[in-house]
Design a protein around this ligand. Sequence first.
Ligand SMILES: Nc1ncnc2c1ncn2[C@@H]1O[C@H](COP(=O)(O)OP(=O)(O)OP(=O)(O)O)[C@@H](O)[C@H]1O
Length: 251
Amino acid sequence: MLSLDGVSVAYRHGATALQGLSLRVDSGEVVAVLGPNGAGKTTMLRAATGLLPLYGARITRGDVLFRGRSIVRRSAKSLVSDGIAQVMEGRRLFKDLTVEENLLTGAATTAGRARRRQLVSDVMREIVPGDIDPQRIAGLLSGGQQQLVAIGRALMAQPALLVLDEPSLGLAPVALTRVREVLKRVVDTGMTMLLVEQDAALALALAQRVYVMQAGTVVFEGTPDELRSSSDLAALYLGGHMARRRKAVDQ
Ligand SMILES: Nc1ncnc2c1ncn2[C@@H]1O[C@H](COP(=O)(O)OP(=O)(O)OP(=O)(O)O)[C@@H](O)[C@H]1O
């Protein structure tokens, strides 16, 4: 469904952030991308969602294909209509609008008024928990509640591909559990997903395939099990706890 083929990206006021990066997301697949700070994960998502120009960056080499067509020169707005919706890092809700108004913006260009109303009630039932009042001002919600509304807003566009940048960022454990449950439910609907996530446990619980990025390129591609059994990478990206547990099992 989505492929980045040998993509290099340069920021106007920065170094080359991606260096010949290739990755793909097949239809119905959940793909997670892990990697240390500055590896280029967010830049990769910007390349996949038409947001590079907003940040003064451009693709200097390679191509990005969505459903077989190049999207390199397409605007983020037209890509939403084509079926790519994203939950950006930091949630980015309209803080002064209500939950319901935020949700409605998610389908502003993809559905008519009556259909949008129907989608709001679907999303309120399936994604946004019952304890969140649709008329509440979004900025007054907790971080975890805001994240769920952000996920719901992206789903309002009924995307073919859902892109998420660090959905766990800054969430307390209870909120994280809720976000994980909701994402699991979305995965179970067969949604195609590209997920950038520092929380390896969350990423590996959701994904069928994982990439690890370092310095703008891919250094590992495989299944979550293959990543867990790759000792160097496990130590680096899954933390000492899992590496120690593996060692104990191996002995
Ligand atoms: N707006 C920008 N202008 C200039 N350089 C940028 C900009 N955004 C990111 N970069 C640079 O691009 C490189 C990759 O950054 P990016 O944010 O894509 O990495 P990341 O893996 O998502 O990191 P993190 O996990 O910290 O979010 C870094 O060297 C960063 O400084």
